[in-house]
Ligand binder design. Structure first.
Ligand code: CTP
Ligand SMILES: C[C@](O)(CO)[C@H](O)COP(=O)(O)O
Length: 270
């Protein structure tokens, strides 16, 4: 946890990528601004980052969506900056990092987080853990969770089960030394490479990934059912009491489908 924060302390800045099309989610309302417990998904994501220690956010927005996002984030607890995104997530991240580098105040940041707008419920303690790891000297940090399904790999012949014990699913926010991730993204752009997350971008240029424990709470809203699950988890979190992000987050490690159903009075059965 950061102590002694004053006007001389470099801000911890988060890039929140919110410029996707939401093709798999579909529907009339873009998923980044759809309602989760009465607030826009992106607004909940920014609140989670603020609760975990981020000082300012750069929200990367699709062309034509600035007004929607400004409205959705009007009550943000921390200052919000807006920048236009690109055709891919990678392009959107790069635009956010360039905005930070070009801004006199934000450019003082040494620690930057990169977060999906559509992972709104990430517990504050995970945001803190990521920041702490970067501030302790790690260059590229990501939360991960164990894979709980049996995984099959498809090949030309058919398919086979692969050992899941060594697999981890990668979440956000990912945390970085700001200069390193900015240079890696610029180099990747010059090289014409593609990555699906920002840790991979750093690794490509020889930097080591540091893993911290993630949480099922940080699920990504990709398909409509994910929003339903997020609603249930958000209600369970509210029921657990919001005294401390760390405490509530750790309690929610124990959340399973059956005890969420209990909390909601469903008794674990339909
Ligand atoms: N050009 C893009 C593509 C994605 N994103 C953001 O990256 C995050 C993770 O992407 P994903 O869940 O794949 O969202 P979409 O790209 O919107 O979904 P889809 O692939 O279904 O269109 C989202 O917050 C999304 O808004 C972005 O800022 N710019
Ligand atoms: C960055 C990410 O959230 C890590 O799991 C994920 O890769 C983004 O989703 P996408 O479908 O690859 O854009």
């Amino acid at each position: 946890m950061r102590t002694m924060v004053d006007e001389h302390t470099p801000p911890v800045v988060a890039v929140v990528v919110a410029a996707g099309l939401g093709t798999r989610f579909g529907g009339p309302v873009p998923k980044q601004v759809t309602s989760l417990t009465g607030k826009a998904v992106v607004a909940v994501a920014v609140e989670s980052l603020a609760a975990g220690g981020c000082d300012e956010v750069v929200v990367v927005v699709k062309e034509g969506m600035h007004n929607h996002l400004q409205l959705a984030l009007a009550a943000s607890p921390i200052p919000v900056h807006f920048v236009t995104g690109g055709d891919t997530r990678q392009d959107s991240v790069r635009n956010g990092l360039r905005y930070i580098a070009d801004d006199e105040h934000l450019g003082r940041a040494t620690t930057v987080l990169i977060h999906d707008a559509v992972r709104p419920l990430v517990p504050a303690y995970i945001v803190e853990d990521v920041i702490d790891a970067v501030e302790a000297g790690a260059v590229a940090v990501t939360p991960v969770v164990e894979v709980t399904d049996t995984i099959r790999q498809i090949d030309g012949e058919g398919s086979r089960v692969i050992d899941r014990s060594a697999l981890r699913a990668v979440q956000t926010p990912q945390g970085f030394d700001r200069v390193v991730i900015t240079e890696c993204h610029e180099q990747l752009s010059r090289d014409g490479g593609t990555v699906t997350d920002d840790i991979s971008c750093c690794e490509r240029y020889g930097h080591r990934a540091t893993l911290v424990e993630g949480s099922r709470m940080a699920l990504k809203i990709t398909e409509p059912v994910d929003l339903d699950i997020a609603e249930v988890l958000a209600k369970a979190a509210a029921g657990a009491g919001h005294h401390s992000g760390r405490r509530v987050g750790r309690m929610l490690r124990a959340v399973t489908p059956s005890n969420v159903a209990d909390k909601l009075g469903h008794g674990g059965k339909e």
